[in-house]
Design a protein around this ligand. Structure first.
Ligand code: F6P
Length: 317
């Protein structure tokens, strides 16, 4: 194995992972070719050789030095054949794909349909890769959102108000459930669970009658917008509300120590795996141990333990 390509999505810890991949490969005399702009660049042959030195000073930076893009054309056969051309023209012996569900599905297609050697690295703030305890970027995203919620709590408590905070998660409530628990929030709204806004308002009114004066309600963007939830609560309870949308600050920022360590371990394991002839798998962490997981399992839907987290949040409120 002489040359491996790498393409990524963006979230905290990905640059640290690129560094780990390049330097592990370097120690085996393998060259790493960075694909610019993810699958878009793979179809358009946008590449750059990454050296030991070119990945200096990026361990603590967010985003991806390789840039990334949403690439709908890759879903078509024509797009996939263009990607194949880039792989052949650059003499890539394999590809490491660092990203979430969509990216790993693309990697699985490249292997299954075209016989390309691929290894995935789970990286998404949604932590929705099946069979993986922790995707890269998840820990940073939860900590960034939690830091903001702690600040909002200062005002919520001082002003005796109801705050609705919208976190990321189009199809999944991972961040919402974790920050609601870690932030001591009263309510959480997630895509995996029915929203009973009238019931929530009843609880608020009853709580207020008992002397409770402030609430923080977390909502995942995919289920309900903070603005709509806040307006409905005011309409039903007549209490004043404020809303905050945290947005993309959750995907960027300096990776936590946890994500940097994970990036080093995942990156190193991905190179070792592809060098040893493994393919169609992604590196994974389960109970602290690294192992390889078939990509077709990784891209299946994951049990997000919604009910147990929800129950705990309600008990501790
Ligand atoms: O899948 C990761 C994620 O950050 C989701 O939580 C969010 O809904 C989505 O991506 C946002 O995508 P974009 O940055 O393309 O708007």
């Amino acid at each position: 194995m002489k040359r491996i390509g790498i393409l990524t999505r963006d979230c905290a810890g990905i640059n640290a992972c690129i560094r780990a991949i390049v330097r592990t490969a370097d120690s085996y005399g393998i060259e790493i070719v960075g694909i610019i702009r993810g699958y878009e660049g793979l179809m358009n042959s946008e590449t750059t050789v990454l050296t030991h030195r070119s990945v200096s000073g990026i361990i603590n930076s967010g985003g991806t030095i390789l840039k990334t893009a949403r690439a709908k054309r890759f879903l078509t056969e024509e797009g996939q054949l263009d990607a194949l051309k880039t792989i052949k023209n650059n003499q890539l012996d394999g590809l490491i794909v660092v990203g979430g569900n969509g990216s790993l599905t693309g990697a699985h297609v490249l292997c299954e349909k075209y016989g390309i050697k691929v290894i995935g690295v789970p990286a998404t703030i949604d932590n929705d890769i099946n069979g993986v305890d922790s995707a890269l970027g998840t820990d940073t995203a939860v900590n960034v959102a939690l830091d903001a919620i702690d600040k909002i709590r200062d005002t919520a408590t001082s002003l005796e108000r109801i705050f609705v905070v919208e976190v990321m998660g189009r199809d999944c409530g991972y961040i919402a459930l974790r920050v609601a628990l870690a932030g001591g929030c009263e309510e959480v709204i997630v895509p995996e669970k029915n929203l009973d806004i009238e019931g929530m308002c009843e609880e608020i009114t009853e709580g207020n009658a008992r002397g409770k004066i402030s609430w923080i309600i977390i909502t995942a963007e995919g289920k309900a917008k903070a603005q709509d939830v806040a307006a409905k609560i005011t309409q039903i309870t007549e209490f004043e509300t404020r809303e905050t949308v945290l947005g993309h600050i959750q995907r960027g920022g300096r990776p936590t120590a946890f994500d940097r360590i994970l990036a080093a371990r995942y990156g190193n394991k991905a190179v070792e795996a592809i060098k040893d002839g493994e393919s169609d798998k992604c590196v994974s962490l389960k109970n602290g141990n690294l192992f390889l997981l078939p990509l077709e399992d990784a891209i299946k839907s994951k049990d997000m333990e919604v009910e147990s987290y929800y129950r705990l949040i309600k008990i501790l409120t």
